[in-house]
Design a protein around this ligand. Structure first.
Ligand code: SF4
Length: 346
């Protein structure tokens, strides 16, 4: 009999599973608490369960789906974790130090089918979706490795994969992550980033409350379709209309990520088009200078050009922030994740 990963279950499913296995429902809640709040690594640590129950759990369930293969640290304090999954594939998770907290960039798929031309994960192609437990366990394992786990406050689904292409598993994982009886992260501190799957953006807010980020990178269809093939299926008109109808709680904004690529999307007219496109939206724009990839024909603009681009946006009263990519030296920055034990891990 294959063992069930209990982190794959929602709160209600956990209770049902307990009952189906001859326990009372409250035992399901206790087990979930040990896993999602106390991060136990063995059933024997579940001190309030009788020995017979712990034995039954050992026969039918497992606690760990990931094996930490390696961790590397950047000069700037960023850490990249390489985790191996049960089937031998591997994924990367990136811990980013901010001034007063830590942010964890979590993967949702092995590889990615979206093929954005500036992204190392996209070049790998799609291998498989992660299960909810595999998404959650990236947070658990990383927290366990920290000296001050409470400093980890922010979660971003911006690692390997397109989260909305693995919709059901991602929603389930997010619900466990923000559930006060689960991992208890504030929903204000959890962000899902998408390349623009319009039907899923439209239903997301009904299923879970988290922040939305959109990887935009082009303000007209010609440029965006060249950089991001998904734009041919869901062009900017449809994407922006979905963003305009996205229900935003008070004072929240949608974050639009814009990777600046020399001579592709960094000209003055691109900045003016961006202003027109986002006009009237509660939007924050994150400008990111392209991270150079070996063998890529794409190159970043100068910092002078990045500042000039930003000024066009701020002159039009947009909030536009230049995000300094962290972890470039260990290929942990935006668009650099591969999930292989490549040279940076050796
Ligand atoms: S940027 Fe995101 S959606 Fe695009 S290929 Fe990379 S992982 Fe996939």
């Amino acid at each position: 009999m294959s063992l069930i990963d209990l982190k794959d279950l929602s709160a209600a499913e956990m209770e049902k599973w307990a009952v189906k296995n001859g326990m009372e429902a409250y035992r399901g809640r206790q087990i979930r608490h040990w896993i999602l709040t106390r991060f136990v690594e063995s059933f024997d640590e579940m001190g309030n369960l009788p020995k017979t129950l712990r034995s039954l759990l050992k026969e039918r369930a497992r606690l760990c789906a990931l094996r930490e293969l390696k961790t590397i640290r950047s000069e700037d304090g960023t850490r990249k974790y390489l985790y191996q999954l049960q089937d031998g594939h591997s994924i990367e998770t990136v811990l980013i130090p901010e001034r007063d907290h830590l942010t964890l960039c979590v993967s949702s798929q092995v590889g990615c089918a979206m093929g954005c031309i500036f992204c190392a994960t996209g070049k790998q192609g799609f291998i498989r979706n992660l299960k909810p437990g595999e998404i959650i366990e990236q947070v658990i394992r990383t927290k366990q490795s920290l000296e001050f786990p409470d400093r980890l406050k922010n979660i971003v689904l911006m690692g390997m994969g397109e989260p909305l292409a693995n919709y059901d598993a991602v929603i389930k994982a997010l619900r466990n992550i923000i559930d006060p009886d689960g991992m208890n992260f504030s929903h204000r501190k959890v962000t899902l980033s998408t390349c623009g799957l319009v039907p899923e953006i439209k239903k997301l807010a009904n299923d879970v409350t988290v922040n939305l980020a959109v990887s935009l990178n082009g303000a007209d269809n010609e440029i965006r379709s060249r950089l991001m093939p998904i734009n041919r299926k869901y062009p900017l008109e449809a994407l922006i209309e979905a963003c305009r109808s996205f229900p935003l709680p008070n004072r929240r904004m949608i974050t639009f990520e814009y990777i600046l690529i020399k001579n592709e999307n960094d000209r003055d007219r691109d900045a003016h088009n961006l202003c027109r496109l986002l006009s009237g939206l509660r939007a924050k724009i994150n400008l990111i200078q392209l991270n150079v990839e070996p063998e890529s024909p794409l190159s970043p603009p100068s910092m002078e050009q990045v500042l000039h681009f930003q000024k066009i946006l701020t002159d039009r009263h947009f909030t536009a922030i230049i995000r300094k990519s962290k972890g470039r030296d260990i290929l942990a920055a935006c668009g650099q994740l591969r999930g292989t034990s490549g040279s940076e891990f050796s």
